[in-house]
Design a protein around this ligand. Structure first.
Ligand SMILES: Cc1cc2nc3c(=O)[nH]c(=O)nc-3n(C[C@H](O)[C@H](O)[C@H](O)COP(=O)(O)OP(=O)(O)OC[C@H]3O[C@@H](n4cnc5c(N)ncnc54)[C@H](O)[C@@H]3O)c2cc1C
Length: 540
């Protein structure tokens, strides 16, 4: 129920978007005694946005979990890693400042704050994005929320909805904001239409916070902003973002002079498959690409140097997109799949999502049979067979061409299997990388010891057709450290703030070219808190 039914008492702060960034900001504003109107295009049941679907990994530095795992980490080390991986450009003033802010404050303002609210983390941090041609994470920093992003959103949303000042918060779902209202050079509200009835609405307040997410849910826009390093966009780019992440609010802010920057910076993934229960057009699932699988191009040629996940996600996307066909295959067997097959996000990690330790341990020890069966039986991009020849035939049938030559494929697999059989010291780069990954406990449990592909005890053979899947906008609306939206001259636009993915997770592109992972949810929490603090300070 609105506390201001007559509309006579204007809201102090309007937050557009009820994803994690908007929820955090609204919570902090209530905490500070501000009245908030939160508008979201989606239904109430989707409150929480993408974070609710997310895996829930968060980048923190020098935590108790790291120390218990005997991982040495420091702010200086993390900042050096971030800068190297980001490859910032000379003009990237605010992205750099936001990167420094993130690394310095993520543990205090993110990790400790969330823990104190009741969020729990998996005891062993994951080691992702170690770097390939550029330096990446020198240490494991990906702290998985026990319960995935669903638990993260549940804790935050419960805090918000049960807040002692709950009456000062008005939530309006099904409200699509189309434009920002301006008076005397400052933003004083927004306007749009309701999703169901198409009724016009207007809302006015002292200031407006854009928390409407990125633009990677609009695939035509993703293709139009395709980075030059990736050649031409592939015909099929799957959608792994929010169905309302269409950049509408970027455009609205741009019309008021906001600097919209780095939109060709995106965090897409190379191993997308079609969702078999799609909730939006082109809905894709992002596989964690099995490391012991052979990664082949659309013609069945092994991609060399071999692609192995865990080092540089952007490089995987570059390698796949710049090859003919614009999609790839991963070739493996059932045993490898049971150990390594995984999907990013809450939906296909039920044991972690539902906080069931025993089921989680069973999957680690015995293999994830449920996931293997679910994907191989339902997903159109999986084919299985007991011989390479039969598999090649099915791959060609799926692709609708004759691109795979069975004899060549047999020879490719044989060469790799021979290298496995010869044992260490490994002459194949993929096997060396697997050994490197397995040296860390967190990776050992989900990476098979060097495995032959053709092994009659591990049949059937499995081929997975994989497409690039769009996920996060790394660029966005440029902001300063107070999350104020800046114009092309670097001056703040009065009354306008941007947070979360809409703001490129801070500064219009805190990640530069590459993300160390877990920095998206973290960036939403930090920008949401920073905007609220700045608004409160401004009013003081
Ligand atoms: C499967 C999956 C796994 C992920 N795993 C991780 C992970 O492990 N670690 C990590 O750091 N990140 C992860 N992410 C990314 C992370 O979840 C997102 O980057 C983050 O949640 C974005 O939050 P946000 O609040 O900025 O935007 P969103 O969650 O996109 O929320 C924006 C909200 O704004 C609303 N909206 C949009 N347009 C309008 C409009 N015009 N008017 C009104 N409302 C509007 C939308 O309905 C939505 O509710 C993952 C994402 C996915 C999909």
């Amino acid at each position: 129920m609105s506390r201001y039914p007559q509309g006579s008492d204007p809201t102090e702060v309007i937050v557009i978007g009820g994803g994690i960034a908007g929820i955090v900001c609204a919570l902090e504003l209530l905490e500070a005694g501000r009245r908030v109107l939160l508008l979201d295009r989606d239904e109430a049941e989707n409150f929480g946005g993408l974070a609710k679907e997310s895996f829930g990994g968060m980048f923190f530095v020098d935590t108790p979990e790291q120390r218990r795992a005997k991982v040495a980490d420091s702010i200086d080390l993390a900042l050096e890693d971030w800068r190297a991986f980001a490859e910032f450009e000379p003009g990237d003033h605010w992205p750099r400042r936001w990167a420094e802010y993130y690394v310095h404050h993520c543990t205090d303002l993110g990790y400790r704050w969330l823990k104190q609210l009741g969020v729990r983390f998996f005891p062993v941090p994951h080691w992702v994005e170690r770097g390939l041609r550029t330096r990446g994470n020198s240490a494991p920093r990906f702290h998985l929320v026990w319960g995935t992003g669903q638990a993260l959103v549940r804790v935050l949303a419960q805090r918000l909805l049960a807040h002692p000042r709950r009456a000062w918060l008005e939530l309006r779902f099904g409200h699509r904001v189309e434009r920002l209202l301006e008076s005397d050079g400052a933003v004083i509200g927004c306007a749009g239409q309701t999703e169901r009835e198409g009724a016009e609405f207007e809302a006015r307040g002292d200031c407006v916070v854009i928390a409407a997410g990125g633009a990677n849910g609009a695939i035509e826009r993703v293709k139009a902003n395709w980075h030059r390093d990736w050649g031409s966009p592939p015909a099929t780019v799957l959608n792994g973002s929010h169905r309302y992440a269409d950049g509408r609010l970027h455009d609205a802010a741009g019309r008021l002079g906001a600097c919209i920057t780095h939109m060709d910076r995106m965090w897409n993934y190379a191993a997308g498959v079609h969702h078999f229960r799609p909730r939006k057009p082109g809905h894709g699932l992002s596989l964690v690409p099995p490391r012991s699988a052979l990664w082949l191009d659309a013609h069945g040629e092994r991609i060399l140097p071999p692609l192995v996940t865990g080092f540089d996600t952007r490089d995987l996307v570059t390698q796949v997109s710049t090859r003919p066909g614009g999609y790839s295959w991963q070739l493996l067997n059932r045993r490898i799949a049971l150990k390594e097959l995984a999907v990013s996000g809450a939906e296909f990690n039920p044991s972690i999502r539902d906080q069931r330790w025993l089921a989680f341990l069973r999957d680690v020890v015995l293999g994830n049979r449920w996931l293997y069966d679910t994907l191989t039986q339902n997903c159109v991009d999986f084919v299985r067979a007991d011989s390479i020849d039969a598999l090649a035939e099915k791959m060609n049938a799926l692709a609708g061409d004759a691109a795979i030559d069975a004899a060549r494929l047999r020879a490719t697999v044989q060469a790799y299997d021979d290298a496995v059989a010869r044992g260490a010291p490994w002459e194949d780069e993929q096997l060396r990388r697997i050994e490197m990954l397995r040296a860390y406990r967190g990776d050992r449990i989900r990476t098979a010891r060097s495995q032959r592909i053709v092994d009659r005890r591990a049949l059937p053979l499995v081929a997975i057709r994989e497409f690039v899947i769009s996920r996060k906008s790394l660029g966005g609306i440029q902001t300063d450290l107070a999350c104020r939206v800046l114009d092309a001259q670097g001056a703040p636009i009065g009354g306008l703030y941007a947070i979360g993915e809409a703001a490129g997770f801070g500064g219009g592109g805190v990640h530069g070219l590459r993300a160390l992972e877990g920095t998206f949810l973290g960036g939403c929490v930090l920008t949401g808190r920073a905007a609220a603090a700045a608004i409160v300070k401004r009013d003081a």
